[in-house]
Structure formats: structure tokens, C-alpha cells
Design a protein around this ligand. Structure first.
Ligand SMILES: C[S@@+](CC[C@H](N)C(=O)[O-])C[C@H]1O[C@@H](n2cnc3c(N)ncnc32)[C@H](O)[C@@H]1O
Length: 211
């Protein structure tokens, strides 16, 4: 049976899909290309999986590198946006825990999604991610930087529709620890500053390989 937080997250992201599509994002494509992806061997034929692509903006970047692009997205409304923006990507509309693959990926990309899972499910989630990565594959995973570690349902107050969804808040240390405790070694860490009229957020970006 579907867990309560997965059901709530699905309903919330279905409702927020239009707002995600219309929002004017403070961080533009050039940050992704020139900073976030700069040291990664994104090149033709590499396989990349994005978990929780939302409106699908990054899928388009991945396609531009000539990669073979897959995504798993819980919200049917978000999947429709992904199919429109990146029709050559393979979009799977499912919970990440309901999917299996008979091949592996060079990269797995998780932007602003790991914090939608309670810590007790992050362990099986990272185990799953690890099993989908090639031996030298790289996981790229982001969340916000917080002063204290906490989790529970929170309303998204930076959106017009303040629906609740599950949110884990990580400090720098508690975020690093989830990778170290689940068989990954961190190979790099970067930061993304997001400042616009609605938000002032600092994001941490972990790059990790299997130990
Ligand atoms: C905060 S949004 C981030 C979207 C996008 N990555 C971005 O940075 O704009 C989280 C996304 O992850 C998806 N998601 C949440 N839980 C998921 C799950 N269990 N399986 C697959 N996708 C999930 C949500 O539907 C939503 O589109």
C-alpha cells in the first residue's frame, strides 16, 4: 500500500505543477552548465537518470549533451510538463520505490527531491540509487542548507498554493552523513545561491561515487 507521505507529496506536486512551470527562476541555465555540471563528463551516449524532475527543465540540458535521458516522476501533472519540454526523454510516472531497471546509469541526478523523504526511507532510497549506478557512476544530489536538522510536513509558503508536503531539513553535516552512511564517498561539494523576490535560499550540491 502507498505510504501516506508519498500520497500527500503526489497530490501537492500535482497541484503545484502549473506554478512550477510559470515561475521565473532566479538561477538560470548558465549556472547549471558553467558551474554545476562543469566538472562532469556529460557527453554523448552517457546514461542519466533524474529522480523527481518536476517541470523537467534539467532534462532539456541533459539532452543537449546528447545523453540518453531517463526520469522517474511521481506527479502525473509534472510528467506532462516533462513530456512537453523534453519529448526525447524517457519519463516514468511512478514512485521511485516502484521502479526497476535491467541496466545501469553513468549519472543519477536528484535536485530538491531527497528532502521529500523521511530519513528512515532515505536509507533504502540511497541503496536503490547505488544499485542503479555504474561502478564509476556519479550521484548529484541537492538540498537546502539549514541550521538544524528536522523533518515533518510543511506548507510551501513560497508558492501561491500553500499545500503541505513532507520536508526533511538537513544541516551541512547531516546531509553529508546520509551519503557516508549509505556506501558513498563524497567527491565534491558546491553551493547554489537562490535569491529572488520570493526566496533567499542556499543550496548544497553533493557529488558522490560508490565506495
Ligand atoms: C521540490 S520538487 C523539485 C523538482 C525539480 N527537481 C526542481 O528542482 O525544480 C520535487 C519533485 O520530486 C517528485 N517526487 C517526490 N517524491 C517522489 C517519489 N517518491 N518518486 C518520484 N518522484 C518524486 C515530486 O513530484 C516533485 O516533482
Amino acid at each position: 500500500m502507498e505510504k501516506e507521505y508519498i500520497k500527500i507529496n503526489r497530490e501537492t506536486y500535482d497541484i503545484l505543477a502549473e506554478e512550477y512551470k510559470e515561475r521565473n527562476y532566479a538561477v538560470k541555465d548558465d549556472f547549471y552548465k558553467n558551474v554545476m555540471f562543469k566538472d562532469l563528463d556529460f557527453s554523448e551516449g552517457k546514461k542519466i537518470l533524474e529522480i523527481g524532475p518536476g517541470r523537467g527543465a534539467r532534462l532539456n540540458n541533459f539532452l543537449e549533451y546528447g545523453m540518453d535521458v531517463f526520469a522517474i516522476e511521481l506527479s502525473n501533472k509534472m510528467c506532462k510538463l516533462c513530456n512537453t519540454i523534453a519529448p526525447q526523454a524517457h519519463i516514468i510516472n511512478d514512485d521511485v520505490f516502484g521502479v526497476s531497471f535491467n541496466f545501469k546509469f553513468d549519472f543519477i541526478y536528484m535536485e530538491a527531491v531527497i528532502h521529500n523523504f523521511p530519513l528512515k526511507d532515505v536509507h533504502p532510497l540511497l541503496k536503490r540509487v547505488k544499485s542503479w549506478l555504474n561502478k564509476d557512476g556519479i550521484l548529484i544530489c541537492t538540498t537546502t542548507v539549514n541550521d538544524e536538522d528536522s523533518e515533518g510536513y510543511e506548507a510551501k509558503d513560497d508558492y501561491d498554493n500553500p499545500r503541505k508536503r513532507f520536508r526533511h531539513r538537513y544541516t551541512e553535516d547531516s546531509f553529508d552523513n546520509i551519503f557516508k552512511e549509505n556506501g558513498f564517498k563524497i567527491i565534491d561539494k558546491k553551493y547554489k545561491e537562490e535569491i529572488d523576490e520570493d526566496r533567499k535560499k542556499m543550496w548544497q550540491i553533493v557529488y558522490a561515487r560508490k565506495k
